[in-house]
Design a protein around this ligand. Structure first.
Ligand SMILES: *Cc1c(COP(=O)(O)O)cnc(C)c1O
Length: 417
């Protein structure tokens, strides 16, 4: 059952592969973050949903209804948010290489904050703001040098990262001084994001303290006190049963206490904080349903169970060996007494969704459910092999509705000349 709907019935109505999103779970996660912000930080902050995790019009509408801000990382995400009337002042624009046209679009639409990623971009934003005759409200992305224990590709806090201005090298302070001098820029504060799928509170508390120390250093060197601190996202979720994520409240409590204590001790104001959860808003709300097709048993080697989707709708195993739990929808409580490799239908040996997967032995025609696929699945989907991107269905209280239509072959060929 997903959001009160029978999973197999959903596949009869909408076909497979099918992305299913549980609306209540999405809204509950948003509310939990907001209430933590109220409880532990007096509401002096804004939760910004990192929309790259799952972006479509309905998600921006829901984030708006729930009183969140959003982060976007491209003109396309910005366009989608604005197209449903998302309040521009609650949008933050991130990215390590924003295009001049994207910066112009953000400024023309009065986007709340541009999170500037480097010195070159600072000059670019200053120049474009000057051309448009506006002042750009910016936040500087800092690389705090925190090594969060997560996969290499999704780790971003250390010096060797394509993102941000490093503290250790002096680039961060140089960026602050340049931003304070720039004519068409108003420097509001600092941003950091140390990585994704982080399962400890400690790296976040540590990062908060490093950033507060930097705010103090800036005040001492320039006399200016930064008003805003963006602590990024990266809060871990449960992909498989053995994952044990920290409740949002615990992050918020520990990080708030650390920041408030630092501010009190050093005579700083407590900054307005932003948090940017992505996967922890949508990840566990999503389930992908597939139909099992070919089953190939190689005696003494392994058994491949192929489904009617794959890396074109979920590239995360191929990208970084992401782990998932798998169920058979009609036999959800059957003992997981087989070990299989779940393979996609793309012409790549690496097109797998999981290896060493424990589940009941499926048969052709069974409905296979992959859990916690709400983040970085639909948003990373491609038309590889000209597989159409599946529809997204939102479920809630036993009712379902399509929020993103599935592609047709015709859709895919539309841009061919
Ligand atoms: C990706 C990203 C996030 C969200 O990360 P999650 O792991 O999905 O929470 C937040 N902020 C920035 C700057 C990001 O790049």
């Amino acid at each position: 059952m997903l959001g009160g709907c029978d999973a197999v019935e959903l596949t009869k109505t909408y076909g497979t592969p099918l992305y299913v999103m549980d609306e209540q779970k999405v809204r509950d996660a948003m509310r939990a973050y907001r209430s933590s912000m109220e409880k532990y930080y007096g509401g002096n902050g804004l939760i910004c949903y990192a929309s790259k995790a799952f972006a479509c019009k309905e998600m921006y509408r829901i984030a708006n209804e729930e009183g969140l801000g959003v982060d976007v990382v491209s003109g396309g995400e910005l366009y989608t948010a604005l197209s449903v009337g998302f309040p521009a002042e609650k949008i933050g624009f991130h990215g390590n290489n924003k295009l001049p046209a994207e910066i112009r679009m953000a400024l023309e639409n009065d986007v709340g904050r541009i999170i500037v990623d480097g010195l070159g971009e600072l000059e670019l934003v200053d120049r474009i703001a000057g051309d448009l005759g506006v002042t750009a409200n910016i936040i500087l992305r800092i690389t705090p040098g925190v090594d969060a224990h997560t996969h290499d590709f999704i780790r971003t806090g250390q010096i060797d990262s394509k993102f941000g201005l490093a503290l250790e090298t002096g680039a961060a302070m140089e960026g602050v001084k340049a931003a304070l001098k720039a004519k068409n820029i108003c420097l509001k504060g600092l941003d950091c994001h140390i990585g994704s799928q982080i399962m400890d509170v400690e790296p976040f508390v540590h990062t908060g303290e490093i950033m507060m120390q930097f705010i103090l250093d800036i005040k001492n060197e320039t006399g200016v006190e930064m008003e805003e601190l963006d602590l990024g996202g990266g809060f871990g979720i449960r992909y498989v049963g053995s994952d044990d994520p920290v409740p949002y409240d615990s992050y918020m409590e520990a990080v708030s206490e650390g920041i408030k204590a630092f501010a009190d001790k050093h005579g700083l104001k407590t900054p307005f904080i932003f948090m940017e959860p992505g996967r922890s808003i949508v990840g566990e709300a999503g389930t992908t349903l597939y139909t099992v097709g070919a089953i190939k048993e190689i005696p003494g080697v392994r058994t491949y169970v192929s489904i009617d989707g794959g890396m074109s709708d979920n590239p995360r195993y191929a990208l970084y060996q992401a782990k998932y739990d798998f169920l058979l929808a009609e036999k959800a409580d059957a003992p997981a007494d087989s070990i299989v490799t779940v393979a996609g239908k793309c012409c790549e040996s690496g097109d797998l969704l999981g290896e060493h997967v424990k589940m009941p032995m499926p048969k052709t025609g069974d409905i296979l459910a992959v859990l916690s696929t709400g983040a970085y699945n639909y948003s990373m989907a491609s038309n590889y092999n000209r597989n159409p991107i599946p529809p997204v269905v939102m479920v809630r209280d036993g009712a379902s509705r399509v929020i993103v239509k599935g592609q047709t072959y015709e859709d895919m060929a539309r841009f061919d000349v």
